[in-house]
Design a protein around this ligand. Structure first.
Ligand code: HEM
Length: 183
């Protein structure tokens, strides 16, 4: 399924409507400057897990690169624009994860940390009635985010299984093939 078709299904299934997109956009001035701080806290959390620590710090320069790309990802959540280009960029992140052996068991709990860090800032900075819409909108877009990443992981796995029967290897191999095809 292409990114645009999948995105439309996900927007419908999460009930993410225009007023949620506008709420996220209105939070951008508050949340975008916090992206580097959230990135630091995020990788601090991931690094406490030995397996994820090895994935992140085992390759020189990787985590430094990730501070920047994660912060850019975080800022884009609050862009208010969730179109085909957005969906394709998110699916690509899922393929990059699959290529380096990052699996759903790593990513889904990590999404919970992003939510925790974000909700804490909402709670501190927003008034009662604003908090509810902010949380509702953020949870919807995070569900879309995770589904896009997971679907691209599954696409990588399906592609890889044409080449190898080794499941863990398959997602990595398939992701490599799909990323090369995208150029
Ligand atoms: C909410 C969850 C996560 C988000 C939003 C996220 C975001 C990103 C982004 C934006 C990239 C860059 C993709 C690109 O180069 O095009 C990336 C790559 C990567 N991520 Fe994640 N990530 C998440 C979870 C994780 C977890 C749990 C790990 C586990 C160790 C991880 C490890 C990596 C690695 C190793 C790369 C490749 C970095 C490189 O060598 O350039 N990520 N991630």
């Amino acid at each position: 399924m292409d990114a645009q078709t999948l995105l439309q299904k996900l927007l419908s299934r999460t009930g993410l409507q225009q007023h949620h997109a506008e709420a996220l956009r209105s939070l951008e001035p508050l949340m975008a400057p916090l992206a580097p701080e959230i990135a630091l806290a995020f990788y601090d959390y991931l690094g406490r897990d030995p397996e994820m620590h090895e994935i992140l710090w085992g390759t020189p320069g990787r985590v430094e690169r990730l501070y920047r790309s994660f912060a850019a990802w975080y800022r884009e959540i609050f862009s208010g624009v969730y179109d085909a280009g957005y969906a394709a960029r998110r699916m690509r992140i899922g393929l990059v994860h699959a290529r380096v052996g990052v699996r759903p068991e790593h990513v889904l709990p990590a999404a919970g940390i992003v939510q925790e860090l974000t909700l804490e800032h909402f709670r501190q900075a927003l008034r009662g009635s604003e908090v509810f819409l902010a949380i509702e909108s953020f949870e919807k877009i995070m569900a879309v985010e995770m589904a896009l990443m997971e679907e691209s992981y599954l696409q990588a796995l399906a592609e890889g299984l044409k080449l190898t029967q080794e499941v863990r290897e398959a997602a990595m191999v398939g992701a490599r093939v799909l990323l090369e095809a995208k150029g």
